[in-house]
Design a protein around this ligand. Structure first.
Ligand SMILES: CC(=O)[C@@H](O)[C@H](O)COP(=O)(O)O
Length: 257
């Protein structure tokens, strides 16, 4: 259970809804994942289009909280306009804010992101910013009104997993008490377990499940790994050390010469 914008969320697994082989597989994957929050792209689910309407019915039937996103937006203006349309279409003030700054890596434009986050927060939105692992940018996002931060661990869709675990560790340690969700770049359940073990509150992922050979089985595997990672974090794992430490005590044992 973690809290975000005053709401308690039981599942630490936030799931994206794009690229599944079929609506049925998406639906089954969501059910086994236990996810309570799904992110959906406004650009895909345009109001009034037949496909969008069916997709929206499916999401409604799943009885989950919708986190619309501004995927594909490359400017502040585009992101703000898309967020406002999403608020009308999905009837929520939650928005996953993406302002993409680089075509190849899909790296966020962190300057545009902070600007858009401020505009949207001032307008009453609850902003979930997709950002890098830069601590200063994170501070600026909090100043702009965000109450959650969503750093990437690798580029969207890359499936590389945490490419800079030290940066994520420092990020978690700096933002004590702030809900942190690792968003984008996770490829395997072990990656999700690793960031949960670091103390991140949740993960948001899409490609690793949707494009797996068996998306439903992979959704289940991530769900189990996320739970394991959180349990490990709460159990306070040992810190790695340079020197060997005998795990079998020798004190009081007979000495044979
Ligand atoms: C669905 C969504 O919001 C993605 O933009 C998100 O960042 C997930 O990234 P992956 O597809 O790498 O999991």
């Amino acid at each position: 259970m973690f809290e975000v914008y005053g709401e308690s969320v039981a599942s630490r697994f936030l799931l994206g809804t794009a690229q599944y082989p079929s609506p049925q597989i998406l639906s089954d994957a969501v059910k086994v994942s236990g996810a309570e929050i799904l992110t959906v792209s406004l650009r895909r689910e345009t109001a009034g289009s037949g496909g969008g309407g069916r997709f929206w019915d499916l999401i409604r039937e799943l009885n989950v909280k919708v986190l619309p996103n501004t995927a594909g937006c490359h400017s502040v203006k585009e992101a703000v306009t898309t967020a406002k349309m999403a608020r009308d279409l999905f009837g929520t003030d939650w928005i996953k804010l993406e302002v993409i700054g680089h075509h190849d890596s899909l790296q966020p434009d962190v300057f545009g992101l902070v600007e858009a986050a401020r505009i949207l927060s001032d307008d009453g939105f609850k902003v979930f910013p997709y950002t890098t692992d830069d601590i200063v940018v994170g501070e600026r996002l909090l100043d702009a009104g965000c109450q959650v931060l969503m750093p990437w661990c690798a580029p969207i869709g890359s499936a590389k997993g945490p490419v800079n675990p030290d940066a994520l560790r420092a990020y978690r340690s700096h933002f004590k008490g702030i809900p942190l969700v690792v968003d984008a770049g996770l490829g395997r359940p072990s990656h999700a377990a690793a960031v949960l073990e670091l103390g991140f509150d949740a993960v948001l992922l899409n490609t690793a499940v949707a494009k797996a050979g068996d998306p439903v089985a992979m959704a289940k595997a991530f769900a189990v790994a996320i739970e394991a990672g959180r349990l490990a974090y709460e159990a306070q794992p040992l810190e790695p050390r340079d020197m060997a430490v005998p795990s079998t005590p020798v004190l009081g044992m007979a000495v044979f010469e």
